[in-house]
Design a protein around this ligand. Structure first.
Ligand SMILES: *[C@@H]1O[C@H](CO)[C@@H](O)[C@H](O)[C@H]1NC(C)=O
Ligand SMILES: [Ca+2]
Ligand SMILES: [Ca+2]
Ligand SMILES: [Ca+2]
Length: 269
């Protein structure tokens, strides 16, 4: 009992004695707990920050990737546009080239056609020229070379003039007595009439040699009573041998009547 009492007493005494110590212990405990909480929250905050930065970095990376992807897409698009443009340019160039070469070949064709036509003309001209020199057989007299048409070949003065010209000759111009005598001798015993180049077609009574473009001044050999411009319609000169006359002389006659004729090769041509 004594000891129980003593123990109780001890307990109460100890409680009283230790009370302040207990309060202090509580305070320390509280402080520790607060510190621990604070530390924990600091650690928690630090972790969130890391996550935030991770997220931030990840977002940034994603944005970067997207930009890269966008840039790549744009680059691809612009490359394809560029290629299309190039293709277009190339095809345009090709088209131009084709047009050009077509125009060139058309020109060349038209040139060849013209050339062929010209060659043909030259050929025809040469054929005419050689035919002329081959077909007409000239008579060589002391005063020059002449073509005296046969009795089967009679033309009016204009046609005879054309015939002589188309053969590189002119209707004969009888400018001297020697030329006259040579021609008359060549006519032989014929009594046919022969056109020569004398004419007054430009101005009545003003006779000239159309073959040489000279007036009939130095040598005048008309038959008596000629030129008479009969019927007011005789403008071309011919050789005539009147039945009662000894030799051929000149007469003016209607240009449109067909007769034989004399062409002369003019040395000046
Ligand atoms: C990528 O392109 C899309 C579509 O054009 C656009 O909406 C987006 O903003 C672009 N992103 C960047 C980072 O430029
Ligand atoms: Ca002559
Ligand atoms: Ca006349
Ligand atoms: Ca006459």
């Amino acid at each position: 009992m004594e000891s129980l009492r003593g123990a109780l007493f001890l307990f109460v005494g100890a409680t009283f004695l230790l009370a302040p110590f207990c309060d202090a212990g509580h305070a320390i405990l509280h402080e520790l707990e607060r510190q621990q909480r604070s530390t924990r929250s600091t650690i928690d905050y630090s972790c969130d920050d890391q996550a935030y930065y991770d997220q931030f970095a990840s977002n940034k990376r994603a944005l970067c990737d997207e930009s890269l992807a966008n840039a790549t897409t744009e680059l691809r698009a612009s490359k394809s546009q560029c290629l299309q443009k190039l293709q277009k340019l190339v095809s345009q160039q090709q088209e131009k080239l084709t047009t050009c070469s077509q125009a060139r070949s058309t020109n060349a064709a038209s040139c060849s056609a013209k050339l062929a036509a010209l060659s043909l003309q030259i050929g025809q001209c040469q054929a005419k020229c050689s035919a002329a020199t081959v077909t007409l057989k000239l008579v060589k007299l002391s005063t020059g070379s002449y073509y005296i048409s046969p009795s089967s070949e009679q033309k009016n003065w204009h046609m005879a003039d054309q015939f002589c010209k188309s053969n590189g000759l002119e209707l004969a111009s009888v400018e001297t007595i020697m030329e006259n005598d040579a021609l008359v001798a060549a006519f032989g015993p014929s009594t046919d009439r022969f056109w020569i180049s004398g004419t007054d077609l430009g101005s009545e009574k003003k006779f000239y040699w159309s073959g040489v473009g000279k007036t009939m001044e130095t040598f005048w050999y008309f038959e008596d009573g000629q030129p008479d411009n009969a019927n007011n319609n005789e403008n071309c000169v011919q050789y005539v041998k009147e039945t009662n006359k000894p030799t051929y002389k000149w007469n003016d006659e209607n240009c449109n009547t067909p007769f034989r004729f004399v062409c002369e090769l003019e040395a000046t041509k």
